[in-house]
Design a protein around this ligand. Structure first.
Ligand code: ADP
Ligand code: MG
Ligand code: ZN
Length: 480
């Protein structure tokens, strides 16, 4: 990348739509559920039938405030507008949204690397229905016909709009992932990108490095994984730099990310606000959450991921934690499993061990891990810490507990881990060997006296239950 020798600098702003986890839709009593039989959760209000009137869902307002407060926004008196357009997925022919008076404004989000991205606004709106094009590979132009499911029409959304503060695809991914963690922590949304409950649009422009004026942007719609988000931004930066370097201009456009081909393609020229003929929704009154309600909502939201990471780091006594530990901490918090580590720490178990087992093993099945019996988990860690189980055995017992539940002592007994059979001795020896690659190389190279070194480690790992001759035999067998 080169602009007069200085290169180009990407500028990115993200718009994130998240569905709120309310029981019912934003303006009617229809069920808000993913995956139900099409067109079963509909009524005159969300179908836009004449004469029907909307009634605002209080819980949705509360959830929108939770999100705003978690993002350090100012909660403002807000009004709803009609955004008019004619698509079959919107039976009313308009979408109720917030325009110039959104409920949350001027916040910020801090990333794990301590950089901050400003939040311009986080407003409420209703979701549209879902159109599926049938035949012709699902493409609209080649399709035979289209099907519309209105179950999603009227589902409450919050749209979170960042300032153009993001400088790379990696930072955009970090932002989306941290925002997802925050949304989940507020309890307002489940942040599932693959189910479409969190959808990201990326605005991308480039400018000569070191300058301040913003370049012309393109908006890439509906990226539904962090991976696509990163790839689409990378592609778009390259495309725009290519245009500018060959003397062309970037045209402001809405573009679509084609996952299979790894390219963005133009959908339409950017629509302007006047295309939508916004006007205040006459059937709804302004929403003015008073200070008391705001304080109640602020008190109801739990600690955010950043605070939870800090807490785990301080439990470990490492501030700042090493890179490897920081990654484990991030994984544990991302999956909402920090409670396991804190409980183990409270019980006096080695925190580093608790963190490792939670990050490496329990996080592989976060749903099961959240159901794990905490006392049982602590018991297992104790057995490993006291060397009643080797690390391999402890991992096996934990996997069993995650899958079937049960008591670690019972499971270990059932698996014969107490008796230290030949199989588990071999496992312990293999583990000790793997832990000491240099000594192993020397032993393989003929330094026989290292048998003593390995035997000592195996004894330690097995609480002296191993037989020294068997250890030596196993080492010879491994050496081949
Ligand atoms: P619209 O609603 O028309 O898409 P907004 O002004 O609300 O426009 O901006 C939407 C997003 O675009 C915001 O996240 C903002 O940060 C981002 N953005 C605006 N201008 C640029 C730019 N030149 N380059 C990159 N992102 C931009
Ligand atoms: Mg936009
Ligand atoms: Zn309805």
């Amino acid at each position: 990348m080169n602009a007069g020798g200085k290169g180009w600098e990407p500028v990115i702003g993200l718009e994130v739509h998240c569905e709120l986890k309310t029981e019912t839709k934003l303006f009617c009593g229809c069920r808000n559920a993913f995956g139900d039989e099409p067109n079963t959760n509909v009524c005159p209000v969300c179908l836009g039938l004449p004469g029907s009137l909307p009634v605002l869902n209080t819980r949705a307002v509360e959830y929108a405030m939770r999100i705003g407060l978690a993002l350090h926004c100012e909660v403002r008196p807000s009004i709803f507008h009609r955004k008019n357009y004619f698509y079959p997925d919107m039976p009313k022919d308009y979408q109720v949204s917030q325009y110039d008076a959104p409920i949350n404004v001027s916040g910020w989000l801090e990333l794990p690397d301590a950089s901050r991205v400003r939040i311009e606004r986080a407003h409420m709106e209703e979701d549209t229905g879902k159109t599926s094009h049938i035949g012709g590979g699902g493409r609209i132009h080649d399709a035979d016909h289209a099907l519309v499911d209105y179950n999603r029409a009227g589902v409450p959304l919050v749209e979170i709009v960042s300032a153009p503060d993001i400088g790379s695809s990696a930072q955009a991914r970090l932002y989306a992932s941290e925002l997802r963690g925050i949304l989940v922590a507020t309890g307002a949304s489940d942040g599932r990108m693959e189910e479409g409950s969190m959808r990201v649009d990326a605005n991308v422009s480039v400018r000569p490095a070191g300058t301040f004026e913003l370049g012309t942007r393109c908006e890439i719609k509906n990226l539904n994984s962090l991976r696509s988000l990163g790839r689409a931004i990378e592609y778009e930066i390259e495309r725009q730099v290519g245009l500018l370097e060959s003397g062309d201009k970037v045209v402001q456009q809405t573009r679509h990310w084609n996952e299979d081909e790894g390219v963005t393609v133009a959908l339409r020229s950017k629509e302007e606000a006047f295309d939508y003929r916004y006007f205040p929704e006459p059937d709804l009154v302004p929403v003015v959450p008073d200070a008391g309600w705001q304080a109640e909502v602020a008190a109801s939201i739990g600690p955010m991921p950043a605070d939870r990471r800090d807490k785990l780091a301080s439990l470990l006594g490492l501030e700042p934690p090493t890179r490897a530990r920081a990654d484990q901490i991030a994984t544990v918090v991302e999956h909402g499993l920090d409670g396991l580590v804190s409980a183990a720490a409270d019980a006096g178990v080695d925190v580093a061990l608790a963190l490792a087992r939670t990050a490496n093993e329990a996080s592989a099945d976060p749903d099961a891990a959240r159901r794990l019996d905490v006392a049982g988990f602590i018991g297992l860690l104790r057995m490993e810490q006291d060397r009643k189980l080797s690390a391999t055995q402890a991992k096996t017992v934990l996997a069993d507990m995650l899958e079937n539940g049960g008591d670690p002592v019972e499971i270990a007994k059932r698996r014969g881990f107490e008796a230290l059979d030949a199989g588990s001795l071999a496992a312990v020896v293999a583990e000790v060997v793997a832990d000491h690659p240099d000594e192993w190389q020397r032993y393989v190279g003929g330094e026989d006296k290292l048998v003593g070194f390995f035997t000592m480690h195996v004894m330690r790992a097995t609480n002296n239950r191993a037989n020294g001759k068997e250890v030596a035999a196993e080492l010879r067998r491994l050496r081949g």
